[in-house]
Ligand binder design. Sequence first.
Ligand SMILES: NC(=O)c1ccc[n+]([C@@H]2O[C@H](COP(=O)([O-])OP(=O)(O)OC[C@H]3O[C@@H](n4cnc5c(N)ncnc54)[C@H](O)[C@@H]3O)[C@@H](O)[C@H]2O)c1
Length: 301
Amino acid sequence: MSIRYDDRVAVVTGAGNGLGRRHALFLASRGASVVVNDIGGAIDGTGSDAGPAQAVVDEITNAGGTAVANTDDISSDDGAKALVATAKDNWGRCDILINNAGILRDKSFHNMSHDDFVAVVKVHMLGTVRVTHEVWPLMRQNQYGRVIMTTSAAGLYGNFGQANYTTAKMAVIGLMNTLKQEGRKYNITVNTLAPIAGTRMGGTIFPDDVMPLLRPELVTPAVAYLVSEQCTDTGRIIVAGAGHFANVEMVESKGVDFPAADDVSPEMLAEAWAGITDMSGAEPFAEAMAAVQRVFANLNA
Ligand SMILES: NC(=O)c1ccc[n+]([C@@H]2O[C@H](COP(=O)([O-])OP(=O)(O)OC[C@H]3O[C@@H](n4cnc5c(N)ncnc54)[C@H](O)[C@@H]3O)[C@@H](O)[C@H]2O)c1
């Protein structure tokens, strides 16, 4: 099976550096026309520079590929609109969206200003919402779409000093969970990447000696497969880093049922706690109503 993206148009946000750059280079090397978006700011989201996006476009075109640069701020309404318009104006469509752009403003929650919280949520969460909202009608119209959200182990499991970032990174999974359902009949898949790589952002977390080993090139194959025509999975969260790939799921324990007609005291819960929190036989649910059905089943028990 050979995976290619001929005649496909891709938008990659934050593609001037790090992981986004790798995703853009790879998609272009396999035939996609790519909008390389990057505001070119500092890691905390301040400043801008048209250089990084243009450098990646030059790299792609020098290698015989097709790309255009876009330096809009994805967290602004006008920026998200202009970004998707760049794809539409150049090639009339958008088949692949990789929401990747991000910033960091790490501090313990106690010391974090509201502005630092909002700035991070604005890029990771609302930027993802805005750009996805702009491409959604195009994908529906074309009855085809491949959307990637980018989360993080920090979002999935928590990380000291990153309350703003972890909030935003979990939020994009909530967005995916509903869009995977709303996109299904239009052949739009929505999946989430949880990467680990020695990039500018990785450098704030990982030890110096590990950084060169965490090659972003080893993350991109997960995205490359998820956005291919061959992959029809939707709603997955895929971990990728240093050659390790894994699937993450939200699961619910079997739980403990008391008769719904009776009262339940906290002491009864204390006694049943080990059973409630026992994760053996825990299950994922494809959608909210499947989980709710399990509660309803206790009404009829
Ligand atoms: N590197 C890791 O180990 C790791 C781990 C978990 C998640 N991630 C996620 O992967 C993604 C890529 O991060 P990276 O490690 O390549 O970092 P990076 O800093 O190298 O790249 C992020 C890019 O996003 C751009 N950007 C920031 N705000 C923007 C905006 N408003 N509009 C347009 N572009 C903007 C930046 O200019 C930068 O080039 C991020 O979403 C990050 O949270 C990375």
